[in-house]
Design a protein around this ligand. Structure first.
Ligand code: ZN
Length: 272
């Protein structure tokens, strides 16, 4: 990081200190941060301040957005970036719009034979290419546990995916990662899920069947599980887990297992 940028960041952090009470209150609401070490928590805390300074949160009527809520959103948004270096991973957008509820949005898909299908779908989140991220506030509030659901991480994973073009399930990989390994892991698991759902659309799948929608959703949904149900993801698709571990440079499964070793009923007592 350049000297000037570091100075600017330090100045910003000094001018906008985060009250201890606010931070502790938000940690209580986010079991998926349990087990982070003090250094990680300190980094997360600073990055929340910077994130909230950098992004504009627009709350539509019906959304009560207080400082806790802002922090609740920021902490989940910054968890995936905790061990990523200084590249501005959330670049290219400035606004996060919070809707009071799920919303209907027009969908368009051109199929293999060239026919364009249009329909309306109900969504709790959307990430627009070079545009804002939209989140239904109840979805943000329901996120944060170890239950495989995290709207914030899901939509922001789409933003990571879009850093190198269209959302296609391939974010910019680190130089020591191999695109072939990524593709083999992701495509294998994706094909496996689609085969199961083609045979029986109501089949029980190991992870949310929405992952089988397209490769971009597969990356977003598996990112969601990576942080909020790493045991389910690693058991179902170990190669996918390994690729995401290399990409995010974190091991939430190890963290969860450590928490469970310390408190055998750990997960049952958390939200979700
Ligand atoms: Zn999505």
């Amino acid at each position: 990081m350049g000297l000037l940028r570091r100075w600017w960041r330090q100045r910003l952090l000094r001018r906008h200190p985060l009250a201890d009470g606010d931070w502790q209150a938000v940690l209580q609401l986010l079991p998926l941060l349990d087990g982070l070490d003090p250094q990680e928590l300190q980094r997360l805390r600073e990055r929340c301040v910077l994130f909230l300074h950098d992004k504009h949160l627009t709350a539509l009527p019906g959304v009560e957005l207080d400082p806790h809520g802002r922090l609740l959103l920021a902490a989940q948004a910054q968890l995936p970036l905790l061990h990523l270096a200084e590249l501005d991973w959330y670049q290219g957008f400035h606004e996060i719009v919070l809707y009071p509820d799920d919303f209907v949005s027009p969908q368009r898909h051109r199929d293999a034979s060239g026919v364009v299908h249009e329909w309306e779908a109900e969504h709790s989140g959307e990430a627009w290419h070079r545009g804002p991220v939209i989140l239904a506030w109840p979805g943000v509030q329901a996120s944060g546990g170890w239950d495989g659901y995290n709207l914030v991480i899901h939509e922001l994973a789409h933003k990571l995916d879009m850093l190198n073009g269209d959302a296609n399930g391939l974010p910019p990989l680190h130089s020591q990662m191999r695109i072939e390994d990524w593709a083999a892991a992701m495509q294998g698991a994706y094909a496996q899920m689609n085969a199961i759902l083609d045979a029986n659309p109501h089949a029980e799948t190991a992870i949310d069947p929405y992952a089988a929608e397209n490769p971009a959703e597969f990356f977003a949904v598996t990112s969601e599980y990576f942080f909020s149900a790493p045991d389910l993801l690693a058991a179902a698709f170990p190669a996918v887990y390994a690729q995401l571990r290399a990409f995010y440079r974190q091991d939430p499964l190890q963290r969860l297992q450590r928490l469970q070793a310390e408190h055998p009923d750990y997960r049952d007592t958390t939200k979700g």
